[in-house]
Design a protein around this ligand. Structure first.
Ligand SMILES: Cc1cc2nc3c(=O)[nH]c(=O)nc-3n(C[C@H](O)[C@H](O)[C@H](O)COP(=O)(O)O)c2cc1C
Length: 193
């Protein structure tokens, strides 16, 4: 990746981010203009959404959020319980919709958080419901400190006809940790009802 001699701060941040991403894949990023590129992502608390939005702007790509027909609970612990049960039963929950004209994309960036050390069930549905034959798939993964677990192996298993590039993996804040910090503060603040 060439770095232009004059950079705005935003350009510099973007260039460094994409350089890091390219470095992490060890392969040329599929960034050529004219590519039909999709950025598809799942996100509960927003970490993966930030990366997805950035990539779609940088790559001039369509953006698609993976949403289940039945929304996940707002409550964090109930969400964790449901995600665990879906993982253990290998359930692929129904999605609200799928990308229009999926066949027209050459490159699909696929972003997701790690849930229970595994690929989230809605991403399992997404991969099974679309034909990835001949496409390049670029995973980007966020996790709360325990790494990607089995998720990337599952991606490769579910789309054997795609070329899966090395992933971008990033440790991010955990909603659980934020909630625990706020709960502790409420305990000592004297304002708890
Ligand atoms: C249901 C659930 C399960 C999670 N399980 C793990 C886990 O096994 N390992 C881990 O490192 N982080 C885990 N996390 C933390 C998220 O992977 C991490 O915070 C991620 O960046 C959240 O992405 P998001 O903000 O796009 O939803 C879990 C979060 C949720 C909601």
């Amino acid at each position: 990746m060439t770095i232009p001699s004059v950079l705005t701060r935003r350009d510099a941040v973007n260039t460094l981010f994409l350089a890091a991403l390219a470095g992490s894949t060890g392969k040329a990023l599929p960034a050529s203009p004219g590519n039909q590129t999709l950025v598809a992502y799942l996100s509960r608390s927003g970490n993966t959404r930030v990366i997805a939005g950035f990539l779609s702007r940088e790559q001039d790509a369509d953006l698609f959020e993976i949403r289940t027909r039945e929304p996940y609970p707002e409550d964090y612990d109930r969400h964790v319980d449901l995600a665990r049960r879906q993982r253990d039963a290998e359930i692929a929950p129904a999605l609200e919709d799928l990308p229009a004209s999926f066949a027209g994309y050459d490159v699909v960036f696929l972003g997701f958080p790690i849930w229970g050390g595994a690929l989230p069930a809605p991403v399992r549905t997404f991969l099974s419901a679309n034909d990835f034959s001949g496409k390049r798939l670029v995973p980007f993964v966020t996790h709360g400190g325990y790494g990607p677990g089995s998720a990337l192996e599952t991606v490769a298993e579910l789309v054997p006809a795609a070329t899966v590039l090395d992933p971008f993996v990033l440790e991010c804040d955990q909603e659980r940790a934020i909630i625990e910090r706020v709960s502790s503060w409420l305990e000592v603040s004297g304002v708890k009802s």
